[in-house]
Design a protein around this ligand. Sequence first.
Ligand SMILES: Nc1nc2c(ncn2[C@@H]2O[C@H](COP(=O)(O)OP(=O)(O)O)[C@@H](O)[C@H]2O)c(=O)[nH]1
Ligand SMILES: [Mg+2]
Length: 255
Amino acid sequence: MCQECGCLEVDQIKIDGKLLSARNHTHQHDHSHHAENNVDTGREISIKQNILQKNNQIASHNREHFAAHHVFSMNWISAPGSGKTTLLEKMIEDLGNNLSIAVIEGDQQTDNDAARIRQAGAEAVQVNTGAACHLDAEMIHQALHKLPLQKNSLLVIENVGNMVCPTAYDLGEHLKLSIISCTEGDDKPLKYPDLLLTSKVLLINKIDLLPYLDFNVENCMQWAKKINPEIIIFPVSAKTKEGLSEFYQWLQQNL
Ligand SMILES: Nc1nc2c(ncn2[C@@H]2O[C@H](COP(=O)(O)OP(=O)(O)O)[C@@H](O)[C@H]2O)c(=O)[nH]1
Ligand SMILES: [Mg+2]
């Protein structure tokens, strides 16, 4: 379980395999290392507020960095295995000739996804979060130092596979995009409303599998709209590329 204060995992964060020493625990906050046993609720809330406040300051800095470089940035959030990396591979293949795309990959361990993105032809930096279940603004700030960004380019941040915690963290991105794949069940918007509330766009992926599943796309879309009436939804398949051109069209209009 990821602890909001980060005590348990800060020593394990790696950028492209290198330990992130700047984040080693420096005791800037006044709480016990055994927080789960002896911190009262009031203190816990204030620690969480401090963490999010600090995160938001760094997110603002990241936002300035994106603006200065004319970079459009998206934060992709979903359960593990919904198809984020596959969709990115297809997007690089389809748009990469005319649009510079860079990716920050978040996973607890391995650089498998960064390797896949480089293989597809785009720049990528891997962030390994250790025990943490989400990326935060500081991790993105550090990763940006390793990532040469082209002017007028697109940056996609593939968050750690998790439908809950990443929704709470502003990374400085222009928008959050969520993905629900058909194998996960059509009621996911109802079960994970924060995912839809914080997202500008929802991709419903793996529609090539619909003939084999009891997934009702209409229901999924209706439930997503009930939670966030403004959300823009594209049913797609990374495998067959069905629906991707509509998504690309929207993307190019919003860069
Ligand atoms: N049938 C089908 N499989 C897909 C699709 N997109 C991704 N997958 C498969 O789903 C698995 C997880 O994909 P991946 O991109 O690694 O998911 P991530 O964890 O969200 O990055 C892989 O086996 C992919 O080949 C799709 O549109 N249709
Ligand atoms: Mg992935």
